[in-house]
Design a protein. Structure first.
Length: 104
């Protein structure tokens, strides 16, 4: 008999440059960021960066990374936001937000 895998809630959206700034500002003000990971290129593995959210904002706007993850806690719940940089500056950023399941 196998145990069912429990997945957290997942939300998806699209952000322009101002939306990205608003999101990162909200996280700075209202969340406890526990980890920032960045992916520098399509064939590279992601690394824990130690970047501040301000550093991450600059790297995303400069398009020196292709994706990033921000792990944080808000309201007693653990979340991870994955930000994917669009193919062109006009493409903006894709946001995938997932609520992490509670540890057993």
């Amino acid at each position: 008999m196998s145990d069912a895998v429990q997945f957290g809630d997942v939300y998806e959206g699209h952000l322009d440059a101002q939306g990205l700034d608003d999101l990162l500002s909200d996280l700075e003000l209202a969340a406890r960021v526990t980890e920032v990971r960045v992916k520098g290129g399509p064939s590279l593995h992601s690394d824990q960066s130690g970047d501040s959210l301000q550093d991450l904002r600059e790297r995303l706007h400069a398009r020196t990374v292709v994706a990033a993850q921000v792990h944080y806690e808000h309201g007693g719940t653990a979340w991870v936001d994955t930000l994917l940089v669009g193919a062109s500056p006009l493409a903006g950023y894709r946001l995938v937000r997932a609520r992490l399941p509670r540890s057993l």
